[in-house]
Design a protein around this ligand. Structure first.
Ligand SMILES: Nc1ncnc2c1ncn2[C@@H]1O[C@H](COP(=O)(O)OP(=O)(O)OP(=O)(O)O)[C@@H](O)[C@H]1O
Length: 267
């Protein structure tokens, strides 16, 4: 970990998290003894072979699933309390927008649910739309937007209540390569501007290296931590960094870790 991050406060702490699915006799251990910390303003990606439990782990962190054992604390609080206080936002692979609401109405929904007055939050929503580059499209409906634009709306909506933490599960995997590259650059800019702590599930080594401060590689069946990789590429990252030697070397190391973490084939 770079020295600046190690000085930051621990925002999320996982201690011996295990997850077993199924009933007695047919149990499958999906996650085993997952222990790591995420620091404030850190971008941590979870990578690993298919079925290594990346999404399950993210869902446990976001209180959408419960661990079978072990615990997660977010500044000494259980994820349930943190979720109820709306201290994290979630962005999933599918944007899941409300088709009958405009872009602006989708983004302001969390504030509306809290019963706040539109006049009080207008400025916040305008700024968010500006941050994700959708000001001109605020009166459009989701079906009038490309998937990349819809995902930007989902990101803005996750940021509406200004949560310190953002959980993202393969948010760009359905996008074409150009839109994906563009949104990755935009996400880094958002992270720098808003100082969020981000936990991100990805299938793409290059995406994870481009975005992250640290990458956690999980093994499959069961999902254990194989290795943790620090990404020392600096804060300012442009698309060209992908061509650099440190980027390529780190990507190759991580790819090797993922291969090593694949479950042995059974005959
Ligand atoms: N509700 C469930 N009940 C039983 N098994 C489940 C359940 N949810 C997930 N699993 C199993 O847990 C394992 C891990 O799934 P998960 O989706 O977390 O992995 P992943 O690493 O995100 O996978 P992928 O890379 O394919 O997206 C898989 O074998 C999956 O079948």
């Amino acid at each position: 970990m770079n020295s600046e991050l190690s000085r930051q406060k621990v925002e999320i702490s996982l201690d011996g998290v295990c997850k077993v699915f199924g009933k007695r006799g047919r149990q499958v251990t999906v996650l085993q003894d997952i222990t790591f910390d995420v620091h404030q303003n850190e971008f941590v990606s979870l990578l690993g072979p298919r079925g290594s439990g990346k999404s399950t782990l993210l869902r446990i962190m976001a209180d959408l699933l419960q661990p079978s054992s072990g615990q997660i604390l977010m500044e000494k609080e259980h994820p349930r309390e943190v979720r109820l206080r709306r201290k994290f936002g979630i962005v999933l692979q599918q944007p899941s927008l409300f088709e009958w609401r405009t872009v602006q109405e989708n983004v302001e929904l969390p504030l509306e649910v809290l019963g706040q007055n539109r006049s009080d939050y207008r400025h916040t929503v305008d700024q968010l739309l500006e941050t994700v580059g959708l000001t001109k499209f605020k009166d459009y409906y989701p079906w009038q937007l490309s998937v990349g634009m819809q995902q930007r709306v989902a990101i803005a909506r996750a940021l509406t209540l200004d949560p310190p933490i953002l959980f993202m599960d393969e948010p760009f995997s359905a996008l074409d390569v150009f839109t994906k590259d563009k949104l990755q650059v935009e996400l880094l800019a958002i992270k720098t501007k808003t100082k969020k702590t981000i936990v991100f599930v990805s299938h793409s080594v290059s995406e994870a290296v481009f975005l992250s401060d640290r990458i956690i590689v999980l093994t499959a069946h069961p999902g254990r931590i194989h290795s943790i990789h620090c990404v020392d590429l600096g804060e300012e990252r442009t698309a060209q960094i992908r061509e650099s030697e440190p980027f390529q070397t780190l990507s190759a190391d991580i790819q090797t870790s993922i291969y090593q973490g694949q479950a042995p084939k059974t005959e």
